[in-house]
Every structure is written in C-alpha cells, then in structure tokens.
Design a protein around this ligand. Structure first.
Ligand SMILES: [Zn+2]
Ligand SMILES: [Zn+2]
Length: 152
C-alpha cells in the first residue's frame, strides 16, 4: 500500500483507504473479507512524517475448544514513523520506515502486515466462556447438555 509524498505534504486527515487483504501476503491469516479498511492521520515532523491510524480486520478462525468457525473482528492501531534519519529504529511506540527526501512514495504494506500478524489472538475462542466439546460424546456443550459424567 503506497503513500505518496504529495499527500503527506498536504497532510492526511483521518483518510480512509481500502486495501486488498491478499496483497499483504499473510499466508497464516485467514481473512473473512477481501478488503481491509485503513484510516490514516499524518503529522509532519522535522525529520519526516508520522502516520497514525487503525485497521478494521476480520479474520476467520477455528475455536480452540469447540472447533466451530467464527469471525474475529479486530481494530488494530498502528503508528509509523517515516524518516530520513538512519539512527531511528523500531520501538514499542512505532514502526520506523526509512524514507529519503528523493523518494516520491513509500510502501507501508509490509508494516501493516506485521501489525496484523502480531495482533492475531494467541488463544482462539468463539467467545470467552466457550464450554467446548464433551470429551466423552463429542457434543458441543454450548448448544446442548449431554448426560455424560464429568471426568476429572
Ligand atoms: Zn468455541
Ligand atoms: Zn457428552
């Protein structure tokens, strides 16, 4: 996803972009929608630009406990610093992309992809209190009660 210097010069004011989810090349993430909406606000600083915003990302997951498919909607915030200073590096607050004064545009796709990847749920549950499957009969205990005895 390219951001142009001319736009940065004018300033992006919570501008909305739509990018194709497949263009991010994240093979390990199953997107439920073809497009991802990205909102970006830019800020000019002496050594470059800050891009702050968020992405609305829906992914398709399988519940760890009951194995049903469910949609996980996530609003992922990001903060990117575009700079021509080589001594600035990534930190907890923002991702840094080297952007020289000669470049007319910058591709922030890889950084957005990285942020999506890092924000995937570690534990995948269709909802927090999912009861899972019965270990004896295999029924989905969110949907029905079986008469199996609880095994300890
Ligand atoms: Zn579940
Ligand atoms: Zn059972």
């Amino acid at each position: 996803m390219k951001i142009f210097r001319t736009d940065l010069h004018i300033g992006l004011n919570k501008k909305l972009f739509e990018i194709s989810s497949t263009s991010l090349g994240l093979d390990n993430v199953q997107f439920s929608e073809d497009t991802i909406t990205v909102a970006i606000h830019s800020e000019s600083v002496s050594h470059g630009y800050y891009l702050k915003g968020f992405m609305a990302v829906s992914t398709q997951n399988v519940c760890d406990r009951c194995l049903i498919d469910f949609d996980f909607k996530n609003k992922i915030k990001f903060s990117i610093l575009l700079t021509n200073k080589t001594d600035l590096v990534n930190n907890d607050e923002h991702n840094v992309i080297f952007f020289t004064n000669q470049e007319e545009s910058v591709d922030i796709g890889p950084v957005l992809a990285e942020n999506i990847s890092l924000n995937q749920p570690f534990k995948k549950l269709c909802f927090d209190d999912c009861k899972g499957l019965c270990s004896s009969c295999g029924c989905n205990k969110n949907k029905q009660n079986c008469s199996c005895k609880k095994s300890t």
